[in-house]
Design a protein around this ligand. Structure first.
Ligand SMILES: *Cc1c(COP(=O)(O)O)cnc(C)c1O
Length: 422
């Protein structure tokens, strides 16, 4: 047991229900393909255990996790403090439905309003995922109806946008391959060119209910909005009465070294959606609405969820936020991210490095990104390819410089192996 191992020793290990050891990865993968829907393709590995930034597969191989469950495991795996808080809440009160509330739910809402510097009258709605946080935001936008002759029927999103896979969030998502098989999608969404202030100016008028933006588009390959864009979007939407809704599901909760990636823009949006890193690996999402007017657009009975904001999920998020704050994790994310970006920029074959904190995207000089993912796995590193020549890193925010260096040292050989395999 190293220092990252859970302090909570479970009374009944899960291995009494499922034989977690003694079966080869290949056996689990064949059982997977017979029992799980094929929407994700074949899993890359079968993972059985994690500690800190490391995970181990069913065949005993160790990996440095540089993807963090896609920007989710902010504190790595089996973080002792988060683990013990979740276990203790579950052993006290696990679920109550939203006919009731619980102290952790109220405390988490207050904490999120504090961290997002929300003014008086601001409110929170809890969901279980990013897409559900965006569904709530979509419904909020629909309630920004406009008055008199001005009917706000349109919603603006950007080309390259990813906002989730449920029908409303999918309508906001740009990628044709995700959308087309499921049309008709909820109407009124218009996608405009990425990062183009003139296009935004032309699109935002009094018929627009909301503008949805990711400060950095994660799924599109870690693409930051150009400087000044968020400020321009704020001015335009304020002038016409459209809501400015920021999707910080991937970029929020310390991922960029700040609580919100949009912090430096010096604006107050009307709403922010959060999810991935919020629960430190436990599923939870949130919609934060700024100011009393926006916060009352959805009235009693107009939205709901059975699980959203349940005691265990909100305890997990409270524990995550507490550890992020008290263990100086955001400063670490900034420093290690800076180190990774500057070192990556000096590696032959790496043509462009983007991102902030520990959300990093970089391009390669050939279309070998999927082969790089495979070669990296064989070398003991988990990375991701959001595009044919783009690699994304979103590791735990507790990644050390020494751990980052093991990847930087290994990367030239990984890239060569990937090119040789083409
Ligand atoms: C991941 C993601 C979502 C969807 O979150 P899920 O929890 O997968 O539903 C939405 N928006 C952004 C920006 C994301 O990165």
């Amino acid at each position: 047991m190293n220092k990252h191992s859970a302090v909570v020793e479970p009374a009944t290990p899960v291995s009494e229900l499922v034989e977690t050891t003694g079966h080869a990865g290949s056996e689990w993968l064949s059982r997977y393909s017979s029992s799980l829907m094929g929407v994700f393709g074949a899993p890359q590995r079968v993972l059985v255990r994690g500690a800190g930034c490391l995970v181990w597969d069913a065949d005993g191989k160790e990996y440095l996790d540089l993807l963090g469950g896609i920007a989710v495991n902010a504190l790595g795996h089996a973080h002792p403090f988060v683990t013990s808080v979740i276990a203790s809440q579950l052993a006290t009160l696990g679920h109550v439905s939203n006919f009731f509330t619980s102290p952790t739910q109220v405390a988490l809402a207050e904490k999120l309003l504090e961290l997002t510097q929300a003014p008086a009258g601001s409110k929170v709605f809890f969901s279980n995922s990013g897409t559900e946080a965006n569904e709530a935001a979509f419904k909020l936008a629909r309630r920004n109806t406009g008055t008199g002759d001005t009917k706000r029927t349109k919603i603006i999103a950007l080309e390259g946008a990813f906002h989730g896979r449920t029908m409303g969030a999918l309508a906001l998502t740009a990628k044709e391959a995700y959308r087309t098989p499921f049309e008709p999608l909820p109407g009124g969404v218009v996608h405009i060119p990425f990062g183009d202030v003139e296009a935004l100016k032309a699109a935002v008028d009094e018929t627009v209910a909301a503008v949805f933006l990711e400060p950095i588009q994660g799924e599109a390959g870690v693409r930051p909005l150009p400087p000044g864009y968020l400020k321009a979007a704020r001015e335009l939407t304020a002038r016409t009465g459209a809501l400015l809704i920021l999707d910080e599901v991937q970029t929020g909760i310390g991922r960029t070294g700040k609580w919100l990636a949009s912090e430096d823009a010096g604006i107050m949006p009307d709403a922010v959606t959060l999810a991935k890193g919020l629960g430190g690996g436990f599923p939870i999402g949130a919609l934060v609405t700024f100011g009393a007017e926006t916060s009352s657009l959805l009235s009693a009975g107009q939205h709901g969820t059975t699980f959203g904001g349940n005691p265990v999920a909100t305890a997990a998020a409270l524990a995550t936020l507490h550890a992020l704050e008290n263990q100086h994790v955001l400063a670490n994310a900034s420093a290690v991210g800076e180190h990774l970006r500057s070192a990556l920029a000096g590696i032959a074959g790496v043509t462009g490095v983007r991102g902030e904190g520990l959300l990093i995207g970089f391009d390669l000089d050939a279309d070998v990104a999927p082969a790089v993912v495979q070669a990296a796995l064989d070398a003991g590193f988990i990375v991701n390819s959001p595009g044919p020549r783009t690699i994304r890193l979103a590791p735990p925010l507790i990644l050390t410089t020494a751990q980052a260096d093991t990847f930087l040292d290994a990367f030239p050989a990984i890239l060569q192996t990937a090119k040789d395999a083409q």
